[in-house]
Design a protein around this ligand. Structure first.
Ligand SMILES: C[S@@+](CC[C@H](N)C(=O)[O-])C[C@H]1O[C@@H](n2cnc3c(N)ncnc32)[C@H](O)[C@@H]1O
Length: 380
């Protein structure tokens, strides 16, 4: 039976279902649900992410992790846990560069990828002894000293949708009607959602739709509980509530669906075969972190994050290199894409810490001069 039929059968049997249940069915529930079946990342696939574009992204994160390892006083074992690691590309780029930064640093790293699809055998390069894949349940049994990082993980978590019509709040659900899936508006009765709206100051003016993510809070609480010492580095698209809710440009919410690198108009189309994603409310991560004694280190754009880590120096190395012209253009364009504030460069980077010592002791200019520019030689 196709994934589409499985999802439709489930909605017919149990519907109307919440958007969160619908997303769970589409993305995760079945062995051939979207994220469990395939690697959706790349120009030939459904969407691309920063690690896919250029190894400089992972290399600069590698430098940040090196700062963190130093702040922790260079422990013999430094655990890196990557939530929603996808195809493992970021782990490869980080480890390639960590090896180049410092042998002691590289030797200390143990890298855990948390994924619904386990790819250990497919990890390229020479890091297979350092990297292993586990599921979220297994992670929650661990105690971590190091860094929990993620790129575009929280945006892939199932969300509910709520709108206000004639002054009243409705949950938008998904049902089967005659020959297809459609949305249906049901008066809001789920107390968890009402509580969330109140707690997180979710502004829903008349005619507006918002997404409510009930899972982020418990996921981050679990992570905060198992991270005994170290850092959380979260990269994603999203905002604080004042920029996320109640503004005209987001009147219809931020839930979107992608296929073949194009935004799909109807999210309910072809269920289970296209990505569904939503902006992240970073206030949840910040607030829960603060309540658990984590310090807010920084909340900046991806562009700023990369520039702070020496991307400008890397770009001048590229400009002064003798790299062949087509390769130069490819590398330059890809790095500029990562920095473009109207796209990936506008993503947010949140760093939180539970560490006695300060993290940002910047590398000196001469160390940066020693560090090589990572080059993209072939498309990924
Ligand atoms: C948008 S993709 C990002 C992949 C990768 N981080 C990147 O930047 O290319 C989101 C990933 O999070 C994973 N994910 C979402 N929820 C998860 C969960 N509860 N446990 C493990 N992985 C999860 C998905 O399977 C998917 O691979």
């Amino acid at each position: 039976m196709s994934i589409e039929s499985k999802i439709i059968d489930s909605v017919r049997l149990h519907g109307p279902v919440s958007y969160a249940e619908f997303m769970q069915l589409c993305l995760y529930e079945f062995e051939d649900s979207y994220y469990r079946k395939q690697d959706p990342i790349g120009f030939q696939a459904d969407f691309y992410t920063s690690p896919f574009l250029h190894p400089i992204f992972g290399s600069l994160i590698g430098i940040k992790l090196f700062y963190m390892w130093n702040a922790l006083k260079r422990p013999d074992v430094f655990e890196i846990v990557e939530l929603g690691a996808g195809n493992g590309q970021l782990s490869t780029d980080i480890l390639d560069y960590a090896k180049h930064i410092s042998k002691d640093f590289y030797d200390a790293i143990q890298y855990t990828c948390v994924e619904v699809r386990h790819l250990s055998g497919e990890i390229r390069g020479s890091h297979s002894d350092k990297v292993h894949f586990i599921g979220m349940e297994e992670l929650l049994l661990c105690k971590i000293h190091g860094c929990v990082l993620s790129n575009e993980f929280f945006d892939a978590i199932p969300v509910h949708r709520v709108c206000r019509k004639n002054g009243e709040l409705f949950e938008i659900k998904v049902e089967w009607y005659e020959s297809g899936l459609r949305e249906t508006f049901i008066k809001l009765t789920d107390a968890r959602i009402s509580k969330h709206i109140e707690k997180w100051d979710v502004d829903i003016p008349e005619g507006y739709t918002v997404e409510i993510n009930l899972l982020t809070e418990s996921i981050i609480d679990n992570i905060l509980g198992i991270l005994k010492e170290g850092f959380i580095l979260t990269i994603d698209y999203g905002d604080l509530p004042q920029d996320l809710y109640g503004i005209a440009s987001r009147k219809n919410g931020t839930l979107r669906s992608f296929k073949n690198n194009i935004q799909v108009r109807n999210i309910l189309d072809a269920p289970g075969t296209q990505d569904i994603t939503c902006h992240v409310n970073f206030a949840i991560l910040m607030d829960r972190g603060e309540k658990s004694g984590f310090k807010l280190e920084e909340f900046i754009s991806q562009r700023q994050f990369m520039m702070d880590l020496g991307c400008g120096i890397m770009l001048s190395k590229l400009d002064n290199s003798e790299i062949e012209r087509t390769m130069y253009v490819l590398n330059k364009r890809r790095i500029e894409n990562l920095l473009d504030e109207s796209g990936l460069g506008g993503f947010k980077v949140l760093v939180q810490s539970k560490c006695e010592f300060p993290i940002n002791i910047p590398l000196s200019e001469d160390v940066f001069q020693r560090l090589r520019l990572p080059i993209l030689t072939t498309d990924r």
